[in-house]
Design a protein around this ligand. Sequence first.
Ligand code: DHB
Length: 542
Amino acid sequence: MGKHGAVKRRTVVIGLGTAAGAAAAGGFALNARATDSAPAGSSTAPDTLTFDKDAFTELTATISTDDGDKKVKYHFYKAITYVAAPVDEKYQSLNVSVPVEIDGEPVDATRAPILMANSVGGYMPSSVADATGVGGAAMTGAPGGTGGASPSASASASAGAGEVESGGNAQLDGRGQMVSNAKLALAAGYVVVEPGARGRTLVDSDGTYYGVAPAAIVDLKAAVRYVRFNKGRIPGDTDRIVTSGTSAGGALSALLGASGDSPLYDAHLKEIGAADASDAIFASGDWCPIADLEHADMAYEWNWGANKLSSGALADQTVSKELKSAFADYQASLKLRAEGFGTLTARNLDEYLLKTYLEPAATRYLGALSESERSAYLTSNPFITWSAGKATFTWADFLTHVGARKKGIPAFDAFDLSSGENNLFGKGATKARHFTLYSLRHESGGSARLDSDIPEKLKLMNPTHFIAERNKGMARHWWIRVGTKDSDTSLTVVGNLAASLKALGADVNAAMYWDKGHGANDDAADFIEWIAQVTGYRNRKK
Ligand code: DHB
């Protein structure tokens, strides 16, 4: 399997110097760097982390794009272990695909942007070790959370409630076809890196959960460091790493973007023998990010609390109202502002989401329909007013239109510890724990305290903190998307993420897809074009 031999699991860790924290001090607010600091000075990574540019097989793929099919010849580097002291190589390895010919024309990807596409779903393990080509990661992943029926009439790309080693977070385009950012990026002449990562369900023979938080983000950061460390050896521009991911993978992509070069991860990275280089990225592409987990229950009730469960009943309204009221305090504490809305509070957030995302999404959707399709849609959805080429409606009618909420209550920190996120915050031989005081105290009484390691782990998993702190290594460019019928989490997650980044002066391209559910990627071609725009990359021909 791995280039460095058989699958290795839970090896003894070795120490390795890392100096990345200080190494890449370039913050987006200050300059354009998600830069390479040169592979930092005195300490060198062992040979095992040196990319072997000759160790590829040449493959050909026919990739369907909006411009028709592209025949791509590419070099495929398979299952490279990206850390020197892996815990489990099956997951801590990455694939690299480098285009060399597109439709018969030679391509030089030496300076091309690098798309680092993770395939994490459900915070489950993801491995690329058995992939036979680009975009072929064996994804794991079902959503966590409670009450996980899939939303109907939506692009639900997750596997359902089971925890199976298939399904994953493949995305669906506007026509409901599978779409792969990795493949489209390759067909555009970019270098594609697909990292695996440990995930929450991995358990050792001694019963230890070794993929729980913060393993996945530590692994993905190590993968970024591996690429940066191999500047000049690995094809592509290591100053132009763009990450992508969906759902849990979208949250991790956002976290990569927000937490670049934060020293908080150093000890974890050192433990697995991560390369000595910056883990700041240039741009972050995030679809339906399941982020801000410690506030996700309250945000969920603010958004979907009045929507019925899939059973047809309302969720416990006492719990719902308590969480909703906690959300008002949380939202106020963020002190986020948006142009035209002032401070975003629980009182104007509905209007903000409506005017900034929901109505524009409906307008785009309806505008792209033929006259007769549009009038049929408007007839069956009379809550929408279509006037002068614009859709308007109320928040309350929008909620009714979405229908049943996907998750139970609380949606993330389940009282009975049954959610994927409870497992994400497991530790040692403990599979699942509470990570909010609300759920913990609901079960264990008013004076119960969260386990002492939980606050730090929450921080390591949450982009919000790094944005609030104006982390210097933050990505400058952001692509953020979610479907308007995606009730896997609150729509405020995207709204707040985008607003907080914009407030810091980041370049944010955020939008919603009308009537689309979890995992939708309606404008994949635009994302690929956006990468060219923000990186300034054009010349791919030799
Ligand atoms: C995913 C979905 C969820 O509902 C969740 O809570 C976590 C992850 C996912 O599809 O990755």
